[in-house]
Design a protein around this ligand. Structure first.
Ligand code: ADP
Ligand code: MG
Length: 641
């Protein structure tokens, strides 16, 4: 018998599970059944794909039984099974690094959390919410030996060869829980049936419950008890059934199973394609973004089946990464069953399904958007969708050129002239007749953006500016260059029109503002500009007379091809150190008293102080941290006194 220490993360997790999680204890059953179902899926795949397993007789089933007196509960399957190494790796460590995030989240709101546990790929350990000792007896398909893993869920576990312990069939796994006092409520026919109906009804394999039924004589005295076994789930591949026989609840139930959660999905899309290619897809849009959406090692949400045989749930290429929040199933009739997971990416059939699925999904998203105005409920639905998934969709704008047009219609922004979310198309409807560009400003947060002096002239001229306060906007929108849309032309024929996207915090986005472009003003401002330029030296790329300022004395913009200051700061924060330093262009308002006053002075200290303050206040108002705040304060105080 070998004793092993749990990986530290596992010990931490177990500690939390045992001491902090108490609500929703019942989900452990869902997790064990889900593991059993995964194990059956894996074996089923091998029996069709691998000659070495072809002779196995597979009568897939999951069996649950309990013994109230002995305080035990058992979940058994005849799936793939685990050998000694598998047991060590699967039930002693946690593979995904997302677990760390999970641990952090857990302590924040322990009540909801037990429900989250399965989503983090640590479902097995949840059984320690109901048990103080667990034994896992397993025999891997085609292996001679059986193994027993056992633990009290503290710091260690044991693995030994299981001699004489019965694995119910040739291969498979039996999980035996020694229930705690609290866990004892699950040693009961009705609660097991209820939990399975609620969470695992749509597991595609039959789940059986074995229980004792007592019989009584006329006087109400116990006569004898009979052992019975009933199937307790409906278990069909729901995505293969026709839409007309399915109810909303069926879809929701199935979703809860695959999403390891208790929340209803925001939306589902069930498609059956027939003709040149035959396949079924069932996709769900969660009501909340998956916890690992922004982690590199996120768990993909779509599973691939071929003729109902599970192939993989770990292929990130089944969906473009910007749609990684979509959960569901793709089931193809045309792929060969023994398709190797490695060559899936190059597979033409799968590529077609994927392309069609992406189009379908984007079309559905558009339909959600279009329906938003129809009712309060639709509106909330769309707003939830945007709140959770606007950002990944924006990633799509630079990842997926083929669907750019569709994605352009889905992404949303805040605006200087409209409440709530605005689309590019909305912007067009409010545009001035002679306006050539779509204007936007990027930066830290909405409030700072709204207060930016850069917006003054646009406001004065009644030009709408889109406020882009999401970090990703700074990367995506400049790469977009323009917004294109098919519109009826003067002769009624459809033609593609295009509007340039111009960042107002960049040089060159002020052409439509016109004012102050006159030669006279430029000439007049020249001496002041020279003074400021000299005083600021290397701190700025250039100093220019501004066309966009009304009330403020100065503002900064980035040169047309430079990253914005905010973007530069972000890249730096992300660890990019080899970037050339980008300097801002300082624009000044020639009519502002502070600037006017500079005209008549030759006091170099005063010019230096004023120029420094003009630059630093322009940086501050854009939410950029000053390199030398003390210097700013010193100069400001000198000017004030
Ligand atoms: P997840 O199911 O998300 O991988 P779990 O904590 O539920 O995480 O299970 C961990 C691993 O243990 C599984 O990935 C699987 O390899 C193994 N495992 C658990 N239960 C079984 C079972 N009944 N049969 C075979 N393997 C199992
Ligand atoms: Mg699991």
């Amino acid at each position: 018998m070998a004793q092993h220490q749990f990986q530290t993360e596992v010990s931490q997790l177990l500690h939390l599970i045992i001491h902090s999680l108490y609500s929703n204890r019942e989900i452990f059953l869902r997790e064990l059944v889900s593991n059993a179902s995964d194990a059956l899926d894996k074996l089923k795949y091998l029996t069709v794909a691998d000659a070495a397993y072809k002779s196995l007789i597979l009568d897939p089933r999951i069996d649950i039984s309990f013994n109230k007196e002995a305080k035990t509960l058992t979940v058994a399957d005849n799936g793939i099974g685990m050998n000694e190494t598998d047991l060590e790796e699967s039930l002693g460590t946690i593979a995904r690094s997302g677990t760390k995030a999970f641990l952090e989240k857990l302590s924040a709101d322990a009540k909801k959390d037990s429900n989250l546990i399965g989503q983090f790929g640590v479902g097995f350990y949840s059984a320690f919410m109901a048990a103080d000792r667990i034994e896992v007896i397993s025999r891997k398909a085609n292996d001679e030996k059986s193994w027993k893993w056992s633990s009290e869920g503290k710091d260690s576990y044991e693995i030994e060869e299981a001699v004489g312990e019965v694995v119910r069939s040739e291969q498979g796994t039996t999980v035996l829980l020694h229930l705690t006092e609290e866990g004892l409520e699950y040693a009961n026919r009705w609660s097991i049936e209820d939990i399975i109906k609620r969470y695992s009804n749509h597991v595609a394999f039959p789940i059986y419950l074995t229980y004792d039924e007592k019989e009584y004589d006329d006087k109400g005295k116990e006569k004898e008890s009979k052992t019975k076994t009933d199937r307790i789930n409906s278990g069909q591949a729901i995505w293969r059934r026709s839409k007309s026989e399915l109810k909303e609840e069926d879809y929701t139930e199935f979703y809860k199973g695959i999403a390891h959660g208790d929340d209803a999905p925001l939306h589902y899309i069930h498609t059956k394609a027939e003709g040149t290619q035959e396949y079924a897809t069932l996709f769900y849009i969660p009501a909340k973004a998956p916890f690992d959406m922004y982690q590199v090692d996120y768990k993909p949400g779509v599973k691939l089946y071929v003729k109902r045989v599970f192939i993989t749930d770990d292929d990130k290429d089944l969906m473009p990464s910007y749609l990684r929040f979509v959960r569901g199933v793709i089931d193809s009739e045309d792929l060969p069953l023994n398709v190797s997971r490695e060559i899936l990416q190059q597979n033409k059939i799968l590529m077609n399904i994927k392309n069609a699925s992406v189009k379908k999904l984007l079309g559905e998203f558009k339909a959600l958007a279009d329906a938003a105005s129809a009712s309060e409920e639709n509106k909330t639905k769309w707003e939830t969708f945007i709140k959770e998934f606007n950002r990944p969709l924006k990633e799509g704008l630079y990842q997926d050129f083929a669907n750019r047009e569709a994605l352009q219609e889905l992404v949303r922004f805040k605006s200087t002239t409209a409440e709530g979310w605005t689309s590019f198309a909305d912007y067009l409807t409010r545009m001035k007749a002679d306006q050539k560009n779509i204007y936007y400003i990027t930066g830290g947060d909405e409030k700072t953006l709204r207060a930016s002096p850069l917006l003054e002239a646009y406001k004065a001229k009644d030009l709408e500016v889109l406020l882009m306060d999401d970090e990703i906007d700074d990367i995506v929108i400049p790469s977009l260059h323009s917004y294109r849309k098919e519109l009826p032309g003067t002769d009624g024929k459809m033609e593609t029109k295009s509007w340039d996207l111009k960042a107002v915090n960049r040089a060159g986005a002020d052409e439509e503002l016109g004012e102050k472009k006159d030669k006279a003003a430029e000439k007049e401002a020249k001496p002041v500009i020279e003074k400021i330029k000299k005083a600021l030296g290397e701190r700025v790329k250039d100093v220019k007379l501004s066309r966009r300022l009304h009330d403020s004395p100065s503002c900064i913009v980035a040169d047309e091809n430079d990253p914005s200051m905010q973007m530069a700061a972000m890249l730096k924060a992300m660890g990019q150190t080899d970037m050339p330093e980008t300097k801002p262009i300082l624009e000044i308002n020639g009519d502002h008293p502070i600037v006017v006053a500079l005209k008549d002075t030759d006091d170099e200290d005063r010019i230096a102080d004023t120029a420094g303050v003009l630059l630093d206040q322009a940086l501050l108002v854009e939410g950029i941290k000053l390199k030398d705040p003390a210097d700013f304060v010193k100069r400001l105080n000198r000017l004030l006194s």
